[in-house]
Design a protein. Structure first.
Lengths: 354, 354
């Protein structure tokens, strides 16, 4: 499957919107629980929307899987990151050893972490890794496209397939995660191309760069957009020209989750850039996405404002990996427990509002 | 103990600030974990502050207890609530049967809920209830003080004692919760008196009242402040004149947690009013409080702005009971797990920032 753009378009066209009848029945159930109507705010929204995705009031998210995609970026040659590129594979090993932030927070909420090599720049062989490398990192996008459209399509396909496998294994909710030194730069470029936004307003400090490096990073984003200006008209073209392999993987996972009516929690800045590509490919995916948090990375706020969306958490996170997704999966779980475990006014013998 | 105002003042004076040396050591430990510095935002703050409270880098919050205090309010005679007063005892039974929102969210984070009758307006006898009734509800504060200062002191004493008992039973973190039909009205009056604030800017819709009832509620708050104007100069005087018994209990629990260097998560609007009384009695308690969420109740935002504080969650919650405290206890736990379970750069062989 998914060998051509036409097949991708067909797949995207099969994504259906929320079941509004189930949404209404879920809210009616929530309104009959022993609390003032709407008083559990976004927890109620999470529960009702998840039911409407799944098409049943008996929705559960007991089995949770975070898909953390790793890839490298040729643009690091421009000196836009605080960390050296060797950290990408080092962190992949750290994920597989269970010592990274996403591992800790995934354990905290009872989620499994699956790590996918879509495009780390060095060969990797380690037990537990999903080895789906499309190529050894991208090219430097200031000198031409980061990759071909065929590579971008292949990365999306990897994301679709690993998400479908996770769902086949029983996952009732997915979370996205990323690892790729330098990847706030292509993410900023994708936002700039697709929102659209000016490089200076969307580009931030990533893992923690100084003023001089930030100025260079903004110039790098602007140059990548200029060099690739003839390739940015379509979401797939933009992903190929100024995106990344792990970003393509996340985009594919979001498409596959929506296609199988499964909630997916979008992590931070990089995952949101991937979500934006997915939304441009298939607007209905928005119905299946929960946005986990407002990243401390400058520019994330602009994404939410321009899209008319609101994230769940405001904890000044800026780590990626799926850390925010993990925390928010716990909130979805809490919302469904409210729906399934709270007593109704009738059951508890509690008087209703006058 | 605590038979006089002088004894309360002595107790408050024994509350010490955070251990700054431990705070610095905790942040140094966090900075050495495999993530960019500060990239887990408020989770890092929660972990470091909890260590500084406990005086050790080995802090844990495995045992969590939510203290939900119940009391009634004579001011309901003024028609300021959407629900009838009989709902207070009905919800106490619901808490003890495990069917309320706080029970579900407490189970979700692994917390125990303890329910304390400080002043429900009817006699209650039910297994599992901590029966510490000071009196059968308060008086109508628009006609005079809600209670005497001796009653307010007794309510604080109840809160201190049940919090001390929870800590003696092994609790490593406490959460506050409230139940009392009408209690956003005395809470608004307390904020108005102690922040201070105008009744119209601090008074909101509580469980869901219409415009006409809201206008009446604002007038009721203003009248209570006018009638009791000679009693609002001290925090204890304000609590007695325009507060409530469950609010006094929560205030006492916060004082006791701080006194024993134990983190306490302050729930929503009503718990924040109690926290404000505690802060006015003993400013150092602020070092031991985490504020769980920005309530959808109008006025809560003003409290945070005037106090220069920031809550953890923004989920449009407005239920009380300890529901927001439960969710935020989970975040404190997550922060400490980050500190205790993540690999360091050295352990994982990950390169540091250049």
């Amino acid at each position: 499957m998914m060998e051509s753009v036409a097949e991708l378009q067909k797949f995207c066209g099969e994504i259906i919107p929320l079941d509004q009848a189930v949404l209404a029945r879920a809210q009616a159930r929530l309104d009959n629980l022993t609390k003032p109507r709407g008083s559990l705010g976004k927890l109620e929204m999470l529960a009702a929307k998840t039911c409407a995705m799944r098409g049943t009031l008996a929705a559960k998210v007991d089995k949770k899987v975070i898909l953390t995609f790793a890839g490298d970026h040729g643009v690091v040659a421009e000196g836009i990151s605080a960390f050296p590129q060797e950290v990408t594979p080092q962190m992949v090993y750290n994920f597989l050893a269970g010592g990274a932030g996403v591992n800790v927070l995934a354990r905290h909420v009872g989620a499994e972490v699956r790590v996918i090599d879509v495009g780390v720049a060095v060969p990797l062989a380690v037990e537990g890794l999903l080895a789906r490398k499309v190529r050894l990192g991208t090219e430097n996008m200031t000198k031409g496209p980061a990759m071909t459209e065929a590579d971008a399509l292949a990365a999306i396909k990897v994301g679709i397939e690993v998400a479908q496998q996770a769902i086949a294994d029983g996952a009732e909710i997915l979370g996205t995660g990323d690892m790729g030194i330098g990847n706030t730069t292509p993410s900023a470029a994708l936002f700039a191309a697709l929102l659209p936004a000016a490089p200076a307003e969307i580009t931030g400090r990533g893992t923690g760069i100084d003023d001089e490096t930030l100025a260079r990073k903004i110039a790098v984003v602007a140059k990548a957009l200029a060099v690739n200006s003839d390739k940015l008209a379509t979401p797939l073209g933009a992903l190929a020209a100024v995106g990344g392999l792990e970003i393509g993987g996340i985009c594919g996972a979001i498409l596959a989750a929506a296609h199988q009516r499964t909630p997916i929690v979008v992590d931070g800045f990089i995952s949101s850039a991937a979500a934006l590509v997915a939304i441009k490919l298939a607007p209905n995916v928005l119905d299946y996405c929960f946005f986990s948090h407002m990243s401390a990375e400058q520019g994330h706020r602009l994404f939410f404002e321009k899209m008319g969306l609101a994230p769940l958490l405001h904890l000044d996170l800026r780590l990626g990996e799926g850390t925010g997704a993990a925390l928010s999966m716990g909130l979805v779980d809490a919302g469904l427990k409210i729906m399934n475990e709270m007593a109704t006014f009738g059951e508890a013998g509690v008087s209703e509002a006058e």
